[in-house]
Design a protein around this ligand. Structure first.
Ligand SMILES: *Cc1c(COP(=O)(O)O)cnc(C)c1O
Length: 407
């Protein structure tokens, strides 16, 4: 390492640019009131949107399965790690999403890497929204297919990119269902029309939609009523609203069998612990039977949005549990996040390279486990902080609002 030049310089550069990140120590379960670095805080930054990560039914399923199946799965799915519980979860996921079949992956990152590389390669093209999750972008680059990006949710841009690769053998259009740092929902019906008109296949990553959107919680595809014909590749994760861990891809028999035969991040890895699959099964049951969790989340979202808009902070347009305040400057985003933390409120500052330069934000996320009083606490802290900002900073925020979130 001694001669591996430049590491400490680039670390220092991150510090001076307010881009250095460090990890906190969580000393309790993932829930609104938690212990972080030894202190009690109220968290607004987890992806546990429905409050299932620490749910008694989910924990019970996990513990019971662990006592029967043990902890490690001991092998990959194609050797002898594919347990009865994995199999049941795949059947359940296919049923929930209205697809022929589903296949489990160990993580969402691995599902995206494995799926895109199994579906496209040299001579093909992959066309992605610029703000897609890092795992999709990396998957596109790693696939060897011609890689094209279009401006965020820009349908003309998508058409242009599709026209520019009309010679490709296969064309795969890929978008997040709900964008992870923005919270907005992709116009999937129109994207599906365009993909269809260009003889391209559509894939969505519904990490933030599954469980939260749609009448039964089946996610963005359900919201837009997109069948397997129109949306052939549906990827979702189980570590966010499901409160568990893992991911899956759902679609036709041919798609799923192709992934089982060819997705390297499926083949060459140990299967998830079966108890994790049991926990996911329990949480899917709650997602389907307890619609009140989605309804409550919507009520909290409306309360938060109304409050933030009246304070004056630039709030991004979002109907989902992800409600970012667009601050612009990385140092200011960090400063506000630290002021909130001093008041016992945890909201992460998201900075480049996760988001584009000049669009640093406070990413507030809500959970059905939050109470209306807890939302009020956050709003009153934000109001205090806003009032104490210098006029210059307020003007800066107002510029950001005009530039990015007007209308
Ligand atoms: C979190 C996330 C992933 C990665 O899923 P993991 O299971 O955490 O690896 C993929 N895509 C999107 C959009 C995500 O938000």
């Amino acid at each position: 390492m001694a001669d591996f030049d430049g590491l400490s310089e680039s670390l220092n550069a991150r510090k001076t640019q307010h881009l250095y990140r460090s990890r906190r120590l969580l000393g309790s379960a993932q829930q609104p009131e938690q212990q972080v670095d030894g202190k009690s805080v109220l968290s607004f930054c987890s992806n546990d949107y429905l409050g299932l990560a620490n749910h008694p039914e989910v924990k019970k399923a996990f513990i019971e399965a662990a006592s029967e199946y043990g902890v490690g799965s001991g092998a990959s799915h194609l050797v002898n790690g594919h347990s009865q519980l994995h199999h049941e979860l795949e059947l359940k996921l296919a049923e929930l999403t209205g697809r022929d079949r589903a296949v489990l992956f160990s993580t969402g990152f691995m599902a995206n890497i494995g799926t895109i590389s199994a579906l496209v390669g040299r001579g093909d093209a992959v066309i992605q929204d610029k703000w897609n999750h890092a795992s999709l972008i990396d998957a596109g680059l790693a696939s060897g297919a011609k890689f094209k990006r279009y401006p965020h949710c820009d349908l003309n841009g998508l058409e242009r990119q599709l026209n520019s690769c009309s010679e490709a053998r296969r064309k795969l259009v890929v978008t997040d269902g709900v964008f992870s740092m923005d919270g907005d929902i992709a116009p999937l019906d129109r994207i599906a029309d365009i993909a269809d008109a260009h003889n391209a296949c559509l894939m969505i990553d519904d990490a933030h939609g599954l469980g939260v959107l749609g009448a039964t919680g089946a996610g963005s595809a359900e919201l837009f009523n997109l069948s397997q014909e129109r949306l052939p590749v549906l990827m979702g994760t189980l570590g966010k609203a499901c409160g568990s861990f893992g991911a899956f891809v759902a679609g036709s028999e041919e798609l799923v069998e192709t992934l089982i035969q060819q997705a390297r991040s499926y083949i060459y890895t140990t299967a998830l612990p079966p108890a994790v699959a049991a926990a996911s099964l329990a949480s899917l049951k709650l997602i389907q039977t307890e619609a009140w969790r989605r309804d409550k989340l919507q009520i909290l979202i409306a309360q938060l949005r109304g409050g933030i808009e009246s304070i004056g902070f630039p709030l991004m347009r979002s109907e989902t549990a992800i409600q970012p305040i667009l601050v612009g400057d990385a140092a200011l985003a960090l400063d506000i996040s630290q002021q909130l933390e001093q008041r016992g409120l945890l909201v992460t500052a998201i900075r480049p390279p996760t988001v584009p330069e000049g669009t640093s934000r406070l990413r507030i996320t809500l959970s059905a486990d939050h109470s209306s009083d807890q939302i009020e606490l956050l709003l009153s802290a934000l109001q205090d902080i806003y009032q104490q900002l210098s006029d210059e900073k307020k003007a800066q925020l107002s510029d950001v609002k005009d530039k990015f979130v007007s209308g």
